[in-house]
Design a protein around this ligand. Structure first.
Ligand code: NZQ
Ligand code: ZN
Length: 392
């Protein structure tokens, strides 16, 4: 196991109706005037936004509002948010929504105290200062409620890029699983796929002797295999929703990934798809992640056998372990299909003729990237090609 620091300062406030206390938590973390940041219609329709306003009013906290965050959030709204925070003397940002809203809130939070263009932080600069952010989470997926990451798309050129820093970790995140009961089955499944992908990005590692994090990863994956079909069949199943919601946070605070090298190429490769086609990040991962696995499994066949046997319950073929590795990958793709995810370019609405463009936007040039297997541009092109033609 490698040396590590684990810093996860977020207070997670979990359970039914806990959003009614959001004013109390804003106050606890020093907010006196809040920007309520939200997405499209879901938080309005469910009455959540009204409950958030009431809670803030009851705690004597003033607020301004900025809605309209779209999935795969754009820089344009971030600039508006920064201006609004400055003109309204906002000192706390409350994100009410999913990963897109939270990431947009984090971008505003680093932009407000910075004199330059906030996009600098999505190029090379590391954030060191940010307004405090709290969240009321409405979808189990990105894990942004506990992570120090934010992903934004620059509209000019449709560049989807990430930044990361501990200053971006939310002060608190309110997690009421009931709020996720209004999610359409497709969004629930996209979220589940993203959660599993966050685990796999960490699971496939070259670091040895990491039994504890291997087992934690497998626990999250097994939970997702059990609970996702339950909520797809019964969207109001509170207990299954609750398990998935916590799994989403555990998958991405990095508690399952400490002390080990991680990969993250599937995410980078997927981000070009959601930037170009505006598809859901989880749907893009359903197409890319098994394709990435097929491309890299020979690098460590036994690690893929471990996944296949411990997570997907495959029989170990001692004569030919590659069969077991491939059976595990097939089982993963089958699961994704069964929960309603696309598994190839056609089903996603992507076009194989765009592969050279996707590779170019990925921006690797002659370099290599990735922790488990360092990929070249040509490798990335091959992974897109496998994904384009994937079958069950
Ligand atoms: O805008 P509304 O109307 O709220 O609709 C949203 C949106 O259309 C809807 N939704 C959310 N909660 C709902 C609901 N609909 C009904 N009932 C509810 N309770 O769901 C749709 C998707 O929302 P979004 O926030 O985009 O989903 P998600 O949480 O998957 O976030 C995706 C974004 O996060 C980034 C992705 O790249 C993508 O841009 N990621 C962020 C990460 C991070 N910050 O740590 C890591 C991830 O790997 C990921 O890259
Ligand atoms: Zn993700």
């Amino acid at each position: 196991m490698n040396d590590f620091n684990f810093y996860s300062p977020t207070e997670f406030v979990f359970g039914k109706g806990r959003e009614n206390d959001c004013g109390k938590y804003v106050k606890k973390y020093g907010g006196s005037k809040v920007l309520i940041h939200y997405g499209g219609q879901s938080a309005i329709k469910s009455g959540l936004l009204d409950r958030v306003r009431t809670s803030l009013e009851q705690s004597g906290i003033g607020y301004a509002e900025l809605g309209g965050v779209k999935p795969n959030p754009h820089d344009t709204l971030v600039y508006k948010g920064i201006d609004l925070c400055r003109s309204e003397n906002i000192d706390f940002i409350l994100a009410v929504g999913g990963g897109s809203v939270i990431d947009s809130a984090k971008a505003i939070a680093i932009g407000v105290p910075y004199e330059g263009d906030f996009w600098d932080f999505y190029c090379t600069k590391r954030p060191e200062k940010a307004l405090p952010v709290g969240t009321v989470l409405t979808i189990a997926a990105a894990g942004s409620e506990g992570s120090g990451d934010s992903v934004i798309t620059k509209q000019d050129g449709m560049l989807k890029r990430a930044t990361g820093s501990d200053v971006l970790r939310p002060k608190f995140s309110i997690m009421d699983p009931q709020l996720t009961q209004t999610l359409p089955a497709y969004q629930t499944a996209c979220g589940a796929t993203d959660i599993m992908a966050h685990v796999f990005e960490r699971y496939f590692t070259n670091t040895t002797e990491v039994e504890i994090t291997d087992r934690l990863c497998e626990a999250v994956l097994l939970t997702m295999l059990k609970e996702t079909p339950r909520v797809i069949a019964d969207p109001d199943n509170y207990e299954a929703r609750a398990n998935i919601m916590w799994a989403g946070t555990v998958a991405h605070t990095n508690i399952v990934g400490v002390g080990r090298q991680q990969d993250w190429n599937s995410h980078g490769i997927e981000h070009e798809l959601s930037a170009l086609y505006d598809c859901a990040h989880g749907a893009g991962l359903a197409v890319i992640m098994p394709a990435w696995m097929e491309f890299v499994y020979k690098h460590n066949v036994m690690r893929f056998c471990q996944m296949a046997t411990r997570v997907f319950g495959c029989e170990m073929d001692f004569e030919n372990p590659e069969n077991t590795a491939l059976a595990g990958i097939r089982a993963f793709r089958r699961f994704l299909h069964d929960i309603g995810m696309p598994i190839n370019f056609d089903e996603l609405g992507a076009n194989q003729q765009d592969i050279p463009k996707l590779v170019e936007k990925f921006g690797l040039g002659d370099g290599r990237t990735g922790g488990f297997v360092a990929l070249s541009s040509d490798d990335v092109a091959q992974i897109y090609q496998i994904a384009a033609n994937a079958k069950l």
